[in-house]
Design a binder for this molecule. Structure first.
Ligand code: AMP
Ligand code: MG
Length: 427
C-alpha cells in the first residue's frame, strides 16, 4: 500500500467515524492494512509447535496404510457369515506389526488384535466377546452379531495419499504434530517468527529494580505484552521505557522500525499535553488515529512507519494496563497472525448466563473481566470480577475470560446470556 492508502481505505468504509469507530470496523481496517511476511524456515517437528505452516502439507502416504482391525477378535470372510451359527477354523494369528502372511480361505479365520493388518481374504472382524466356543483351533460365530465389513478400519480413512493433510497458514497444534508424525515427516516448513518490538512511554514509569519515586508506577505493560506476544508465537523485542519527549520517542521508533516487522507502544495516545505518539507516527509514516467505541481501550493509533527504506506496522495502544490487553487481543493479535502468514480464526466463544445484572451503555463494545464457574447443578455461569477500571490489572488476573457486551446492547438483567471468550483453550 502507498502512503495515503490506509486513510483512503478507512474513509471508504460505510460507518467510518474516526472519533467513534465501532470495534468491528476497526478490526476490519486493521486486518485489511497488514500483509504477510514471506520468509520461511524449516524446523524439526518438535520445534514447530505454535508456528505457522508455510505451505500446504501433502500426505505422501495413506493413513492408515492398510486395512486393520478396530477390535481384538477374529478376522473372517464376511461371506462366511450366516443366519445360523458357523464354526470357523482358526488358522493363525495377526498382531499389530506382525501380519498373518497367507491368504485366508472360506471357512477359516485368524485371531487378530487391534491395529493388526486384516489378512488377505478377510473383510470383517468379530470382537472376541461376541463369539461362542472360542477354542485354540476353532470358534463359533453366532448369527446376527456382526455384518460383513464391521470393525475394519479402512486404509486411508484418516488421510488419503496425495491429499492436503494441513493447509498453509495453519497454526500448528499438538494434534497437528502427531498428524505430521503419522505421515513419517520429520521437518516442516514454517513462517519465521514475526519480530515485534515494543516499548512503554511515560515519565511516571519505573522499571523493576529502580526506586519508585513519588507519583511513579512500575511499568507493567512490557511484561503483559511480552507474555501476550510469546503466546501469539511472536519474537518479542523489549525496548524498555521511553520518556514523554518527542526526541526520545523518535529515536525509539526509528530503532524499533529497523529491528521489527511490527511495533507496539503503550501510553501517550490520548489528547494530553504529553501524548506525542500520534504526531511522531505521522512524521515517520502514516497514522490512522481512532477513538474506538469500546471500553476499555478507547484511543488507538494504528499505522505504519518507514525509516531508511525499512517499514513496520505500528500499534499505538493506550497506557492503562487492562486497555493494553483488550486492544492487543481484539486488534493487534489478528493482525500479527495475518502478518505471520497465518489464517486467524474468531476466538472460541461460550454463551452463558450472567449471575448478576450488568450495566452497559449502548453504542460501544464493552469487554468486562469475567469468572466462569459451574453452579451446584453443573451449569456454567459467569460473573464479573468486580471493579472494571481500566487500570485494575488484578481483576484481569482473577478473570478466566472476557465477557463481550456487544455494541448495540444496553443494560442486561441477571440471567441474560452473554458471550464469553475464555482465556485458555484446551489446545
Ligand atoms: P496514558 O495513556 O499514557 O495517559 O496512560 C494512562 C494510564 O496508564 C496512566 O495512569 C499511566 O500511569 C498508566 N500507564 C501507562 N503506561 C503504563 C505502563 N507501562 N505500566 C503501567 N501503567 C501504565
Ligand atoms: Mg502517559
Amino acid at each position: 500500500m502507498n502512503q495515503t492508502s490506509l486513510q483512503a481505505g478507512a474513509r471508504s468504509i460505510a460507518g467510518y467515524h474516526p472519533d467513534h469507530l465501532p470495534v468491528s470496523l476497526a478490526q476490519q481496517l486493521v486486518r485489511a492494512a497488514v500483509t504477510p511476511i514471506t520468509d520461511t524456515e524449516t524446523l524439526p517437528l518438535k520445534q514447530a509447535l505454535g508456528r505457522t505452516l508455510a505451505a500446504d502439507l501433502v500426505s505422501p502416504i495413506a493413513v492408515p496404510a492398510h486395512d486393520n482391525s478396530a477390535m481384538d477378535g477374529y478376522a473372517l470372510r464376511g461371506s462366511d457369515l450366516s443366519s445360523s451359527p458357523v464354526t470357523l477354523t482358526v488358522v493363525g494369528k495377526a498382531f499389530a506389526g506382525h501380519p498373518y502372511p497367507k491368504d485366508v480361505m472360506p471357512g477359516e479365520c485368524v485371531r487378530i488384535m487391534t491395529g493388526a493388518v486384516i489378512p488377505r481374504g478377510c473383510d470383517s472382524v468379530i470382537p472376541h466377546e461376541l463369539v461362542t466356543h472360542a477354542g485354540e483351533s476353532a470358534v463359533t460365530i453366532p448369527p446376527g452379531r456382526i455384518r460383513a465389513g464391521d470393525h475394519r478400519r479402512l486404509a486411508g480413512e484418516d488421510l488419503r495419499a496425495g491429499s492436503t493433510a494441513l493447509p498453509q497458514g495453519r497454526l500448528l497444534t499438538p494434534s497437528d504434530l502427531g498428524l505430521i508424525a503419522s505421515l513419517g515427516i520429520g521437518d516442516v516448513q514454517v513462517m519465521r517468527k514475526l519480530r515485534v518490538a515494543f516499548f512503554s512511554t511515560g515519565d511516571e514509569l519505573r522499571s523493576i529494580g529502580q526506586p519508585l519515586d513519588e507519583g511513579c508506577v512500575y511499568d507493567s505493560n512490557r511484561y503483559t505484552l511480552h507474555g501476550m506476544l510469546l503466546r501469539a508465537g511472536c519474537e518479542p523485542i523489549d525496548l524498555g521505557v521511553v520518556r514523554d519527549d518527542p526526541a526520545s520517542l523518535e529515536a525509539a521508533l526509528r530503532d524499533a522500525c529497523q529491528q521489527a516487522d511490527a511495533i507496539i507502544t503503550t501510553g501517550g495516545v490520548s489528547a494530553g499535553d504529553a501524548d506525542f505518539t500520534r504526531d511522531m507516527m505521522a512524521r515517520l509514516g502514516e497514522v490512522l488515529f481512532w477513538k474506538i467505541a469500546m471500553r476499555p481501550g478507547r484511543p488507538m493509533a494504528f499505522g505504519r512507519i518507514a525509516v531508511e527504506g525499512k517499514q513496520a506496522m505500528l500499534f499505538g495502544l493506550p497506557g492503562n494496563p487492562v486497555a493494553v490487553m483488550a486492544s492487543f487481543y481484539f486488534f493487534a493479535r489478528d493482525a500479527l497472525a495475518i502478518m505471520a502468514g497465518g489464517t486467524p480464526h474468531p476466538p472460541l466463544t461460550m454463551r452463558v448466563p450472567c449471575t448478576e445484572a450488568i450495566r452497559k451503555k449502548p453504542g460501544r463494545t464493552e469487554f468486562q473481566r469475567g469468572i466462569v464457574s459451574v453452579d451446584a447443578s453443573g451449569k456454567q455461569q459467569v460473573r464479573i470480577t468486580g471493579a472494571q477500571g481500566s487500570g485494575i490489572l488484578s481483576s484481569m488476573s482473577d478473570a478466566n475470560g472476557m465477557i463481550v457486551l456487544h455494541h448495540e446492547h444496553g443494560d442486561l438483567p441477571a440471567g441474560s446470556l452473554v458471550d464469553v471468550i475464555p482465556f485458555d483453550g484446551l489446545i
